[in-house]
Design a protein around this ligand. Structure first.
Ligand code: SF4
Length: 65
């Protein structure tokens, strides 16, 4: 199910608040002032929390395709 899922973060609008990392530390890491997503660790379990992180991102910078 999670195969081929791609997570991207629009680093131009990410404000580095860290919510995504708090909600889903398996997938999102904060580096400097922006978040980076690591997609090679995606599992269906992670996908659920990754989706939650995307919903809670204050600037809607996370895309899951
Ligand atoms: S929740 Fe959104 S704005 Fe905050 S660090 Fe993550 S991607 Fe950036």
């Amino acid at each position: 199910m999670s195969r081929g899922m791609k997570i991207t973060i629009d680093t131009d609008i990410c404000v580095g608040c860290g919510f995504c990392n708090e909600i889903c530390p398996q997938v999102f890491f904060i580096q400097g002032e922006g978040a980076i997503a690591v997609t090679n660790l995606m599992s269906s379990e992670n996908l659920e929390s990754a989706k939650e992180a995307a919903e809670k991102c204050p600037v809607d910078a996370i895309r899951i395709e």
